[in-house]
Ligand binder design. Sequence first.
Ligand code: TIU
Length: 231
Amino acid sequence: MTPTNTLTIDAQPGPFSIDSAKTALVVIDMQRDFIEPGGFGESLGNDVSLLADIVPTVAALLAFARKHHWFVVHTRESHAPDLSDCPPAKRLRGAPNARIGDAGPMGRILIRGEPGNAIIEPLAPLAGELVIDKPGKGAFHATRLGEELAMRGVTHLVFAGVTTEVCVQTSMREANDRGYDSLLIEDATASYFPAFKQATLEMVRSQGGIVGWTAPFASLIKTGETTQAWK
Ligand code: TIU
């Protein structure tokens, strides 16, 4: 078989075709603050164990992306220590004793450089991968992500991470309005609210893919087994 860098993935609402040279994996906010007990997610009253379930699948997805030479992007929801990039409206949403910037068990909540803001160890970025610190829920808002993708000729995005209906969906919608085709890997994303995750998957792919496509990781693996990676 002739080596090819094109994969066609069995997705909903239809096949999703990508050229590895123009594809980026965007892993949203797999940071300790959201996934481990004692962080921002738990401070909002959430059961964080629901998010830990996807870690092995996200790790396998990262390995797949690296093997196929996709550009890899990791994001962290984070703010400057002086909170100059945190609108008061955002800070005031949390519980009074556990707001952004307050001291928590893993350092100051959602503050850049604090232990809780680090990406969890099994999904740590490798050299050459882009790490985007984003002050908003969306990965494009007030970041250089758009320029970084444009510089590399990226046209297709594969999304994973947390939470499905908040930062992942917001980022996919931002990407959609910027002209990217996006695929959300169903079992590589999670929410504190399973019903919200399910609703998000359905709304993303509804109306002919109004926001993008969704597929289980197995669909990607299946494609990868029958298509040689570009060298
Ligand atoms: N990363 C992300 O989704 N940030 C959130 O605050 N999510 C919630 O679901 N709270």
